[in-house]
Design a protein around this ligand. Structure first.
Ligand code: SF4
Length: 231
């Protein structure tokens, strides 16, 4: 087996472990219940209802770390940040910045492909009210540890929201890329890590932020422009 197929096989094994994971009974129950009841507007859809794996280019220089799948977004479509408003914002921005081949992400077989960007989440199961408990985050972080270790071409880790920032910092510290006290989260703020890599923060493109104007489209675009300057 050559290096590329060995890497693909390791990723496939990692993804199977995530999809079959049942370490958080509260979250698994919630995802399945959402998938059973469904939102009225998606009544005809078959919900995924399982943990969500990362998506994108495993040789990426830009690695995005979000919070968790949305109940009727990724938990429905089976692909991270897909089928909800946050994903609309994210993939539109990634497309504008040249990381995505299309600006929309509606379902898992819609042809979306990322180049030089990989999207993952701190917690792989949709939590009630988008709020995983500290214990659930801790249980899920070993998956992110594995991903950060494998995504060794990364130059910029883009944390979407404070939970993603905190998780990314802790994981980067365990990976030997960060040291000292965790720096404060700030929108479009970058912290230099070891080996010339950076942790960059952005407000999460949740409706809570985009509807209120806390995060505007130009503000979000500026984050991706900055990421490119840090490569
Ligand atoms: S949140 Fe993570 S650790 Fe918990 S059940 Fe889902 S995949 Fe497993």
């Amino acid at each position: 087996m050559n290096a590329r197929s060995a890497a693909a096989s390791a990723w496939a094994k990692h993804e199977r472990a995530i999809v079959g994971c049942a370490k958080c009974p509260r979250l698994r129950k919630h995802c399945l219940e959402i998938a059973r009841v469904k939102r009225k507007s998606y009544a005809g859809d078959t919900y995924w209802g399982k943990p969500i794996v990362g998506f994108g280019d495993t040789r990426a220089r830009l690695v995005l770390v979000g919070l968790a799948p949305a109940a009727h977004g990724a938990n429905r479509t089976g692909r991270v940040f897909t089928g909800d408003r946050s994903g609309d914002w994210l993939y539109r921005a990634l497309h504008k910045a040249g990381f995505a081949n299309q600006p929309t992400s509606t379902h898992a077989r819609d042809g979306l492909a990322l180049t030089d960007a990989f999207v993952t989440a701190t917690v792989k199961c949709a939590p009630p009210d988008n709020k995983p408990t500290p214990a659930e985050i801790a249980r899920c972080l070993p998956y992110l540890d594995w991903e950060i270790a494998r995504l060794d071409r990364a130059r910029v880790y883009l944390a979407l929201g404070k939970i993603g920032w905190d998780a990314a910092w802790d994981v980067l510290k365990r990976a030997g890329l960060a040291s000292g006290a965790r720096p404060a989260f700030g929108h479009n703020q970058a912290v230099e890590l070891a080996s010339g890599k950076y942790l960059l923060g952005s407000y999460h493109p949740s409706q809570q932020n985009t509807f209120t104007g806390r995060l505007t489209e130009p503000m979000f675009d500026a984050v991706f422009e900055k990421a490119r300057t840090l490569f």
